[in-house]
Design a protein around this ligand. Structure first.
Ligand SMILES: Cc1cc2nc3c(=O)[nH]c(=O)nc-3n(C[C@H](O)[C@H](O)[C@H](O)COP(=O)(O)OP(=O)(O)OC[C@H]3O[C@@H](n4cnc5c(N)ncnc54)[C@H](O)[C@@H]3O)c2cc1C
Length: 608
């Protein structure tokens, strides 16, 4: 039946799913977006915020690549700030509090108005596979939907179980249904699944919080957005509030540790190291007398607050006890109790850098199902999967983002070459070229990729090129403009031998406004001036890696035939099947001598 045939099927309307659907729609492909609840697209079961260290830069990169998370985040943000403003530009990142209902609603409206996206509210139970190629999916209702490409973005729903104390509920997040049959079907088709876990804290009604006992985080209005397209100017900042746990809180939790699903052994799934539950924090840092707790408004109504820092899998009666020990929450009226959720994810070593599966052709995976954690990480993968699915249909080479041009490149490289055993969250420390991967230059770093994949227009591309031309012309001008030693400013700055403006401005204590007036891209310019040396060094290091990145490895190579290759290297290369020498180089356990052997073999002995 014609209505059951699409160019592509996206399973799951979460953060990854909507990016994939919009990317395919942007290429005029007909997309079936199959999801459990069409009124809950891109829902936020965890903190009502987007961005933060490294994550905020990923959202900027999604915007630069023609994705949508940044745009929708701007349209629904209720607070925005630049983190690490006082630190170097490499770690500065935007973080915004999001009205999570408005975020989901706006996305629902844009999806509904997009003629290329058809939303089907149903559960996918299995894949239709012929000769190791996916042809479509079978719904819980037994109906078959056919397509050239399938992208699975089922998040934390795969055979998920919600846990509080010794209470186990077969359910998805926030009472949604779980997706057990698809997990089984993936296993039957040769996919390794692993058990992961994440958790969330209680939510409390605002009218039961005593705000006189907590610290209000006062923020000035900042003209900040994630997207270069949204033109959003926040008129007022909604506030978060800071409070702390105390020894009484810690005592209740330690005295009842065996009642926590995590500590009673009920949970097998591995949790996120960098997003620990309150139990984990108290056990791991027993010397700490208190832990920070942030009250974050869930929506602009401000009627319910997310209690950030109190994620837990304790039974309700214990949560009820320890919550009341926290200043501000003595009379807390809880709207939703905290819980942990255990779910299946696939072994990400089974997918290529394009996010297409290595064992079933035309089948792509994106989001939490690949072992990551976070809205930003999920959306980035959804976007790349959507772009690469389009390129696959058009029979074109996939988009291959590098570690030196984006955090998204680092994310996908780590997943597909190193894999992960716990929920993978992006951190600045994961990016060896982080000085190149800044909040301010996401547009120029990804513009060519976005143009070549038809994700931005030629006009937009030229605007970006023009911006950076203006910046580099200004740098040129500043290098050629000298402050004579007789100039009063030179005297004030103790400059005796005439220095270029560029040299003067590289000094952090210099007030840039004394030398540069009315220049639109002052931040970019200053970053270039003050980091020039470091950026040059990182570019040189990156260029060395890029050389290896384009040396392709024939995919039918038999590593056991490569003489003098270490046994460990033979095993790992056979398992992971890297596509380039650069990728092989980054697999842990592969050393430079192995790469030399491989290069020699490919160039001399290897015959098709
Ligand atoms: C309780 C909880 C706590 C979390 N805590 C954190 C945290 O502390 N830090 C953090 O960074 N991240 C956290 N997260 C993770 C964050 O929510 C996810 O990273 C993000 O939502 C992943 O996006 P996604 O698109 O991969 O999947 P999801 O947002 O989970 O979306 C999956 C979509 O797939 C649909 N779906 C599932 N199965 C099927 C099927 N068989 N057929 C059709 N549709 C299907 C669902 O309806 C849903 O729309 C938490 C998540 C949960 C649930």
């Amino acid at each position: 039946m014609k209505e059951n045939i699409f160019d592509a099927i996206v399973v799951g309307g979460g953060h990854a799913g909507i990016e994939a659907a919009f990317a395919l729609a942007k290429q005029n492909f007909n997309v079936a977006l199959i999801t459990l609840n069409k009124n809950k697209l891109a829902s936020m079961p965890c903190n009502p915020s987007i961005g933060g260290p490294a994550k905020g830069i990923i959202t900027r990169e999604i915007d630069a690549l023609g994705g949508v998370q940044a745009f929708f985040a701007d349209l629904s943000m209720i607070q925005v700030k630049m983190l690490n403003e006082s630190k170097g530009p490499a770690v500065r990142a935007i973080r915004a509090q999001i009205d999570k209902d408005k975020f989901s609603k706006i996305i629902g409206e844009y999806v509904e108005n997009n003629i290329y996206i058809t939303v089907i509210e149903n559960m996918v139970d299995s894949l239709i596979i012929q000769d190791k190629k996916v042809k479509g999916v079978t719904l819980n209702s037994g109906i078959n939907i056919f397509s050239k490409i399938v992208i699975i973005t089922t998040g934390t729903y795969m055979d998920s179980k919600v846990m509080r104390g010794n209470e186990v509920t077969v359910s998805g997040p926030d009472g949604d249904s779980t997706s057990s049959k698809l997990s089984e079907n993936l296993k039957e088709n040769g996919f390794d699944l692993m058990r992961l876990k994440t958790g969330t804290p209680a939510r409390v009604f605002a009218n039961s919080i005593d705000f006189s006992e907590v610290e209000k985080e006062v923020l000035g209005l900042e003209d900040l957005t994630f997207s270069d397209y949204s033109n959003v100017k926040l008129k007022s900042q909604t506030h978060c509030f800071l409070t702390y746990t105390n020894e009484e809180t810690h005592k209740i939790i330690l005295d009842n540790l065996d009642k926590s699903s995590m500590y009673s052994g009920l949970i097998n799934g591995v949790g996120p190291r960098y997003c620990p539950s309150i139990e984990d924090k108290i056990v791991r840092f027993q010397d700490k007398k208190r832990h920070q707790i942030f009250f974050e408004p869930e929506t602009s109504k401000g009627d319910i607050f997310y209690i950030n820092g109190l994620s837990t899998s304790m039974p309700i009666e214990i949560q009820n006890k320890f919550i009341r020990t926290i200043p501000g929450l003595k009379n807390a009226n809880v709207s939703n109790w905290g819980y942990a959720i255990e779910y299946d994810a696939i072994n990400s070593l089974q997918i290529k850098k394009s996010l297409e599966s290595k064992i079933i052709e035309n089948l792509f995976f994106a989001g939490q199902i690949n072992g990551t954690s976070g809205y930003e990480e999920a959306a980035a993968q959804g976007l790349v999967a959507g772009i690469n699915a389009s390129l696959k249909i058009l029979n074109k080479e996939p988009l291959n983002l590098l570690r030196s041009d984006s955090y998204i490149g680092v994310l996908i490289d780590d997943l597909t070459l190193k894999g992960t055993k716990e929920p993978y969250r992006m951190l600045t420390s994961r990016a060896e070229y982080r000085l190149l991967l800044r909040n301010d230059n996401a547009d120029i770093r990804l513009a060519k990729y976005a143009l070549d994949t038809n994700m931005i227009t030629k006009i937009r591309y030229e605007e970006i090129i023009k911006k950076y031309l203006i910046i580099s012309n200004k740098i040129h001008e500043l290098k050629k403009t000298y402050l004579s030693s007789t100039d009063p400013m030179a005297v004030k700055l103790n400059i005796f031998n005439g220095q270029s403006f560029f040299k003067i401005l590289s000094r952090p204590e210099i007030n840039v406004d004394d030398f540069i007036k009315d220049f639109k891209y002052k931040d970019n310019l200053l970053t270039h001036i003050r980091l020039e040396g470091y950026i040059k060094k990182q570019n040189i290091a990156a260029k060395k890696m890029i050389r290896l990145e384009f040396l392709k490895i024939p995919q039918d190579i038999v590593y056991n035939d490569v003489k003098n290759l270490a046994t460990e290297a033979k095993q790992k290369l056979t398992l992971i099947k890297p596509e380039t020498l650069g990728q092989a180089y980054r697999i842990s356990g592969i050393n430079p001598a192995d790469i030399e052997m491989l290069l020699f073999y490919i160039n001399t002995i290897y015959t098709k």
